[in-house]
Design a protein around this ligand. Structure first.
Ligand SMILES: [Zn+2]
Length: 278
């Protein structure tokens, strides 16, 4: 059993446009020659392409994450999230989203919980609000009180400029404000390209990490050390598909000399526990 806790899909009519905009951001931030000649997305961004890639990589279930970059987008995005969940025979489990500036955030969260979503995805770097600021704190606290999981982008983003809105230090301040860290998932092993700080401020706390989009960036020794020190029961297999192939994520994790039991927790047991609401 393999559960991918961090994937992205878009509605067919906007999939190509979304890909072009995201890739333009990568070249803007990383330089026009970044990975010259390589394709940055290994599959199309549609639901069908995700399902096909899951079959090819042996992924049983994927959590699809969506991001509202403006408050008015939330309703349409969450409708799409509910649709793909219903249409995939349980293979896709979308999280809902909302924007920190939404004046109706409380009603939106009530609706998300009532619709049966397991969680929400927040993207402080896209949404340009600090993860430990008042807007996100109230949203996260209320979401957790409704039983929702909260997964958020952590650290730098390959296609977005500084300043940073969810550094490991900011996340540790959020945790110290009294929020239950065991319902939070900091993506990209606690902070993309900020792993020394993730080790300093987050490893050993209650928060969960996913492994999305770290394989080409986080040295394997550091990945193994972080997993061991933090505890494999708080690590979720995530690829960031279409930006990384889950088959490659799995090979990376298998190369880290983890025990069978640790791998089993990371690849599906933790996800099953969280998605079952336990
Ligand atoms: Zn992602």
């Amino acid at each position: 059993m393999l559960i991918d806790f961090h994937t992205h899909v878009f509605a067919k009519q906007i999939a190509d446009r979304a890909r072009d905009a995201l890739i333009a951001g990568v070249y803007r931030e990383q330089g026009a020659d970044y990975r010259k000649g390589e394709q940055l997305n290994f599959r199309e961004l549609t639901v069908k392409a995700l399902l096909d890639s899951m079959d090819a990589a042996g992924v049983d279930k994927s959590v699809c994450l969506h991001i509202a970059t403006k408050p008015h987008q939330t309703a349409a995005i969450n409708r799409f999230a509910a649709e793909i969940r219903a249409a995939s025979d349980g293979r896709l489990c979308s999280f809902a989203t909302l924007h920190p500036a939404d004046p109706d955030w409380k009603t939106v969260l009530d609706g998300i919980a009532a619709a049966g979503f397991s969680g929400i995805k927040l993207h402080p770097q896209f949404q340009q609000y600090a993860i430990d600021g008042a807007e996100f704190r109230r949203i996260i606290a209320y979401a957790v009180s409704l039983g929702l999981l909260v997964l958020f982008h952590a650290g730098a983003d390959i296609g977005l400029p500084p300043p940073y809105y969810a550094t490991p230090k900011q996340i540790s301040r959020l945790l110290r404000s009294g929020i239950d860290g065991s319902r939070l998932i900091a993506a990209h092993m606690g902070g993309w390209q900020q792993w020394d700080d993730a080790e300093r401020y987050l490893v050993g706390t209650d928060i969960l990490f996913d492994t999305a989009f770290v394989r080409d960036f986080l040295p394997p020794e550091q990945a193994a050390r972080m997993i061991r020190a933090h505890g494999a029961e708080k690590i979720l297999f995530g690829s960031d598909s279409p930006w990384e192939n889950p088959a490659d994520t799995l090979l990376f994790l298998q190369s880290l000399d983890l025990t069978e039991q640790e791998l089993s927790l990371i690849t599906h047991e933790n996800a099953e526990r969280l998605l079952a609401g336990a």
